[in-house]
Ligand binder design. Structure first.
Ligand code: GTP
Ligand code: MG
Length: 199
């Protein structure tokens, strides 16, 4: 799929304020600094579409981007950031839990995981929360330009082993680098396939 047009639509501080539409919506979530905003820029080929920072906690709101006038990409705030508010249920902020529990327009959630790291408790907790809420998701291992092949294999296998403890089937898995554009076609073709199946 080729992205011809990518437009910022709005930032929302609550799920209830997000735009109402009937188009497919794909959201990006993961720990602060994992590379959500960078990936949106890489996929759309627009370097400044989503705000990026080396300091965690850059994205604070729910940001909607309209793609080719026919579907949305959504940049969400990260979790696991020290200043994020703690809820009784988990260490995920209300803005995130509300979005994943209530956003009916969401077609699929991409959960981003830093490929350099071995499994982190907070990612596992988040993925289990998706299971409890029946949220469809896929996993993207990010920053693969910074991870050697051996390390990547070891980390991915450790994640897969952990996932198989709670899930009967593994979700779709992608590998990306916003620096080298690795994985761009894989992610976009996957979205395209889902969009086509919805028509
Ligand atoms: P929050 O909005 O704070 O939750 O972070 P985020 O997940 O949106 O991360 P962001 O895209 O702002 O990137 C965080 C840092 O990682 C920035 O310094 C990026 O330049 C860097 N980064 C993101 N993706 C990649 C990648 O694929 N490769 C490399 N080498 N650096 C990356
Ligand atoms: Mg961000």
């Amino acid at each position: 799929m080729i992205i011809k047009q990518a437009d910022f639509i709005c930032s929302s501080s609550k799920t209830q304020q997000c735009p109402q539409h009937k188009l497919p919506e794909y959201a990006f979530i993961g720990r602060s600094n994992v590379g959500k905003s960078s990936l949106i820029n890489m996929l759309t080929g627009k370097k400044k579409l989503a705000k990026v920072s080396s300091t965690p906690g850059k994205t604070r709101l729910i940001n909607h981007f309209l793609i080719n006038n026919s579907w949305y990409l959504v940049d969400l705030p990260g979790y696991g950031y020290a200043k994020a508010s703690k809820t009784d249920r988990s260490s995920f902020s209300k803005i995130i839990t509300d979005y994943i529990e209530c956003r009916e327009e969401m077609t699929l959630l991409f959960v981003l995981i830093d490929s350099r790291l071995e499994p982190q408790k907070i990612d596992t907790e988040f993925i289990n929360l998706l299971g409890e809420n029946g949220v469809p998701f896929a996993i993207i291992f990010t920053k693969i330009d910074k991870t050697g092949n051996t390390k990547l294999t070891v980390n991915v296998e450790a994640h897969q082993k952990l996932l198989m403890e709670s899930w009967e089937e593994l979700p779709p898995i992608f590998y990306t680098s916003s620096e080298t554009k690795a994985g761009k076609d894989d992610v976009l073709n996957y979205i395209d396939k889902i969009n086509s199946s919805l028509i």
